[in-house]
Design a protein. Structure first.
Length: 302
């Protein structure tokens, strides 16, 4: 759901240094007579972008070395070989209703180390996903090697530009129904864990920095107070018998989810039942593959 900024890792840096060393590092100088090589590499990169636009899998395969290495946007580990590269781009290539529609290279710089070229550039991307048109901005380091007299991409590090990340994190995100359900299920699980005094579950779902403003309480509650409140409720012998959220609106910004909700719950104690209802604002954050409840503000109906 939520995309992160991927920096050049130590492993990638060490790989790059090894490639430079193997090629026999030379100090680049202005007017180095490599203009033809620069033009060839730029044309090669343009052909890769065109391959994505036309969904030409054969072109993309031919423009990358068999022993290619690198990171694509969203990569969590080093990708090794042309087959992993092709699988990593399979969605963009095979889906006729999504993918790149245009691009602009706004910065472009090449430095040579013998038959090794380090290509640094920034690209603005136009794409579509179904009926939606989107734009993105990438910063890339492509490594080219000259093999059999021709330049070919042997490695890359592709990451979203900081400007694009900032824009994404401040723009409301559209989420699918599966993700929406997972968020609402997490919200209900927190409520039921509190009423049931399920300490292990609460410790997983409520992080250390949590802040809560509860109905009728003047003091704001931290995590310790939230856990203590669940324990006090359980000690009364009361049980939750009904829990509903009649209306919920959701806003998603990056990894942060804000819920605006109405709630109703009924508790039973000693044969007597009591119903309470109100409004709430709840904040969740996607963290380590799950949703944690970092805070809330509840107001009871009067």
């Amino acid at each position: 759901m939520i995309r992160r900024n991927f920096h050049l890792t130590l492993l990638a840096l060490l790989t790059l240094m090894a490639l430079i060393s193997a090629a026999g590092a030379q100090t680049p100088v202005a007017g180095d007579g490599r203009d033809a090589d620069r033009a060839a590499i730029r044309a090669h990169i343009d052909s890769i972008f065109q391959g994505f636009i036309t969904k030409d899998a054969a072109r993309l395969r031919a423009t990358h070395a068999e022993d290619w290495r690198g990171f694509l946007t969203g990569s969590r580990s080093v990708m090794r070989g042309i087959e992993e590269y092709m699988r990593g781009n399979e969605g963009s290539i095979k889906n006729p209703n999504s993918g790149m529609t245009g691009y602009r290279i706004t910065e472009f710089d090449v430095t040579f180390q013998g038959d090794l070229a380090l290509v640094f550039f920034v690209a603005e991307i136009d794409a579509r996903y179904g009926d939606s048109k989107v734009s993105d901005k990438l910063r890339l380091l492509d490594i080219y090697g000259k093999r059999n007299g021709h330049w070919i991409q042997v490695a890359t590090h592709t990451a979203r530009h900081p400007e694009a990340i900032a824009q994404q994190n401040s723009t409301p995100a559209q989420i699918n129904q599966q993700t929406k359900k997972a968020i609402l299920d997490a919200r209900e699980a927190v409520w039921r864990a509190w009423f049931g005094n399920d300490r292990p579950a609460l410790e997983k779902m409520i992080p250390a920095e949590a802040i809560a403003i509860n109905e009728g309480d003047e003091a704001w509650a931290d995590r310790a107070a939230i856990l203590a409140g669940a324990e006090r409720f359980a000690s009364t012998g009361a049980k939750l018998v009904r829990l509903e959220f009649p209306r919920t609106e959701m806003q998603v910004y990056g990894s942060t989810i804000i819920l605006y909700t109405t709630y109703l719950y009924e508790i039973e104690n000693g044969g007597k039942r009591e119903t309470r209802a109100g409004r709430g604002t709840e904040v969740f954050v996607s963290r380590n593959g799950t949703f944690v409840n970092t805070g809330w503000h509840l107001d009871a109906n009067k």
